[in-house]
Design a protein around this ligand. Structure first.
Ligand code: CO
Length: 628
């Protein structure tokens, strides 16, 4: 047993609220306890990365770079840590090397001291550029093993055995890692497996070992304790109000448990309780977000389905938006099947979302009949090497007609990418030349641009992005709701004309059913980006003028209409892509159901759409043109 003092990283300002409340804490809500956090004696404070970048720009109208700057100012003593998704940085796809370098340089300059770097597939080629950039700026490089299990929920089996993890860690040591993190995002690491894994890594490597785990399955307290007995150097915890459930273990009981032992972290309990009181006072307005409908704090099912907490809540909200929440059990059963077919990837961002969304599609629309762009790219090899081969029949089906080719690529994925920074600079040159803004755009071209327009005063802050008051409602400038513009509600193909007779006069009106998911309007939550039509989103549409035989392409789920891939008047064959819908954070190509001509594209690029909106109308080829 090690006799050194245990060190602790606090995750309250990043992973804890990401896990329990979709990363919705605002900087101003964390500021009051920042100085106390800095004085508490933590090894490091995880404050940035993962979903913070996305959530601040997409939902909070808050600049993530300013958040980091504020944290650095208020917490200058303790190293600030971020989670970096390797070549995917804080996004959901691989970025070109120039973006990775620029991001590391800038974040190091603004305030990050410790980089926890991981790749969803544990493919070290995806960590190379980030690792080199971090070493170059002289910051701490923590390289991460994503922990996963093959089938039964314990270490072992054909893929994820002790040897697999040791090999990864040895490769990271060779690459210059300053420490190694075992990242157990789904709470799957069992206590005695943790003891074996930590003990083996400690004996084989000459690097500090840190354990990051989630409480989800209920094992985390026991797992952390066994890891401490095996000599783990650092563990991750958070303050009690944001602990347990799908978040980290709480620090308070651990401090008392270890008091007087060889591994006593020697941190004071009192400031933790005081900071917890502050959080309690803030979290009361987020009770709608935090409240689970389940009686259980522990999700025992995760031991069989291996689904990380964030992913499970995403799935539920995706299904709710698609009006199919009743099919959650089918989706949970489909996930391990989809995962096995796709080469047993660890379920971690962004792969977890991709597998989850594909499982949702497989259940709602049939096996691989709707395939997102990212899944095609994954199978082609653009995300790296999966731990096991992808099932050959799936490869053939998915890559059939794929634009890059039918044979998967086996090199380092980022070698295929051209530099992206020049285009990003150019795209926002009329708005800003601030390097923070350029990176925000480079990472999130669509939602990043929306955010930058708000930040620079070109668009107003939408109500749903404003801070919430004590009742949980967004604060508003005025209590009177604005009248809706007809442009906000483009007429759909379902509009019907009626004659209304009033005495001697007749009025013709058109009636269009409101296509809003009843569940969501009932609950009144304001947290889905696609919920309310945006003022900039829609352009007024011309009447669709449907003729018999015309077919509308409906949005199968809510999302953002990214772009049209066909133009009005263009001839298309069944299966040709017509529009690209960003839904479930991924691009989905919607295809023509029949051979024909694009008659109209009723909604503008950039529009938020709800399920059932008609995105394109295809008219069948007229008889006389067939065969010409
Ligand atoms: Co985590």
């Amino acid at each position: 047993m090690s006799s050194s003092r245990l060190k602790i990283t606090d995750t309250t300002f990043r992973d804890a609220h990401q896990s329990l409340m979709a990363t919705r804490l605002r900087t101003e809500e964390m500021e009051p306890i920042a100085e106390m956090m800095d004085s508490s004696g933590f090894h490091s404070l995880e404050v940035w990365g993962g979903a913070t970048f996305d959530a601040t720009t997409r939902f909070l109208a808050e600049d993530p770079w300013d958040r980091l700057r504020t944290f650095k100012r208020l917490m200058p003593k303790t190293p600030l840590q971020m989670l970096l998704r390797g070549q995917s940085l804080v996004g959901y796809r691989n970025y070109a090397d120039d973006v990775v370098k620029a991001f590391v340089d800038r974040s190091a300059e603004v305030g990050i001291d410790v980089y926890r770097v991981f790749d969803a597939l544990n493919d070290e080629r995806n960590l190379e550029t980030a690792a080199n950039a971090i070493k170059k700026v002289g910051k701490h490089l923590q390289m991460t093993i994503c922990y996963s299990t093959t089938e039964e929920g314990r270490m072992g089996g054909p893929i994820y055995d002790l040897e697999y993890f040791i090999k990864r860690a040895q490769a990271f040591q060779t690459m210059g890692a300053d420490s190694i993190c075992i990242k157990d995002m789904a709470g799957l690491l069992a206590p005695y497996d943790a003891y074996d894994l930590v003990g083996s890594l400690k004996s084989m490597l000459d690097l500090p070992i840190q354990l990051h785990t989630h409480y989800t399955s209920g094992m985390a307290s026991m797992t952390v304790l066994k890891a401490i007995e095996a000599g783990v150097d650092v563990i991750d915890t958070c303050l009690a109000p944001l602990a347990l459930r799908t978040s980290q273990p709480a620090i308070e009981p651990l401090l008392v448990s270890l008091k007087g032992s060889e591994r006593d972290p020697q941190l004071q309990l009192a400031p933790m309780l005081e900071m917890g009181d502050h959080l309690e006072s803030v979290l009361i307005k987020y009770r709608n977000l935090l409240t689970s409908t389940k009686a259980s704090v522990v999700d025992a099912r995760v031991l069989s389905h291996q689904i990380p907490g964030g992913m499970a809540s995403n799935l539920a909200s995706q299904l709710r938006e698609a009006d199919a929440l009743d099919r959650l059990q089918e989706v949970l059963a489909e996930i391990p099947i989809t995962r096995a077919e796709l080469g047993f990837p660890p379920l971690v961002t962004p792969i977890s979302q991709m597998i989850g969304s594909q499982a949702v599609s497989n259940v709602l629309f049939g096996k691989y009949s709707m395939i997102s762009g990212p899944i095609k790219d994954y199978i082609f090899g653009l995300y790296g090497r999966p731990p096991a081969p992808v099932q050959i029949s799936v490869v053939e089906k998915v890559l059939d007609g794929y634009e890059r080719g039918q044979e998967p690529f086996t090199g380092r994925p980022a070698d295929l990418l051209e530099p992206e920074m020049p285009d990003a600079r150019n795209a926002i040159k009329n708005i800003s030349d601030d390097p923070d803004d350029v990176l925000t755009y480079a990472l999130y071209p669509t939602t990043g641009m929306k955010f930058l327009r708000i930040k620079h005063g070109l668009d107003p802050v939408p109500d749903e992005m404003r801070p919430h008051d004590a009742t949980g409602e967004p604060t508003r400038d005025t209590l009177v709701s604005k009248p809706f513009k007809s442009a906000d509600f483009p007429k759909s193909a379902r509009a019907r004309a009626f004659n209304v007779h009033l005495g001697e006069e007749v009025y013709q009106i058109e009636v269009d059913p409101i296509q809003v998911d009843p569940e969501r309007s009932k609950s009144g939550t304001k947290f889905t980006g696609a919920e309310t039509p945006t003022s900039t989103g829609h352009k007024a549409s011309s009447p669709l003028g449907l003729d018999p035989g015309d077919i509308g392409i409906e949005a199968p789920m809510p999302g953002l209409l990214l772009r049209h891939t066909a133009t009005v008047g263009q001839g298309v064959r069944a299966g040709d892509p017509v529009v690209v819908l960003e839904a479930m954070k991924m691009e989905n190509s919607l295809t023509a159901p029949i051979d024909g001509k694009v008659k109209s594209l009723p909604m503008a690029e950039g529009s938020s759409v709800v399920k059932g909106n008609i995105l394109a109308v295809i008219s069948p080829l007229a008889q006389d043109t067939v065969g010409k």
